[in-house]
Ligand binder design. Structure first.
Ligand SMILES: [Zn+2]
Length: 112
């Protein structure tokens, strides 16, 4: 049977079963190797207030947060996008792919 993707949309590993993780946006349970994993620094204070406080010299502690998204939510949020058949064969990690694309995208599509 022909396959759309060599990896079947998952990270290849020897394990037959992956522990499910919950999507941060919709709550759906997805296998950990299939979910889109986003790790970033999150500040308890966001937006212009944080910028103003940092300008004044305040230190705002940040914590590293890892979020998992199901494929549907990741596509909807613009974290990943469907690629052409030939492009699908190029295997790159998500972080590298994202940084390469951000240069080309207009700023309104930038979701980091
Ligand atoms: Zn979801």
């Amino acid at each position: 049977m022909p396959k759309k993707r060599k990896s079947r949309g998952r990270k290849l590993s020897d394990s037959g079963h992956e522990k499910p993780v919950q999507c941060h946006a919709c709550g759906r349970l997805v296998p950990a190797d299939k979910a889109v994993r986003i790790t970033r620094w999150v500040s308890p204070i966001g937006g212009p207030l944080a910028r103003e406080l940092e300008k004044q010299g305040a230190y705002i502690s940040k914590r590293l947060e890892t979020r998992y998204y199901c494929i549907s939510c990741a596509v909807h949020m613009g974290l990943v996008r469907p690629r052409a058949e030939e492009d699908r064969k190029i295997r790159r990690p998500l972080q590298a792919r994202r940084s390469r694309q951000t240069g080309k995208l207009p700023l309104k599509f930038l979701k980091l």
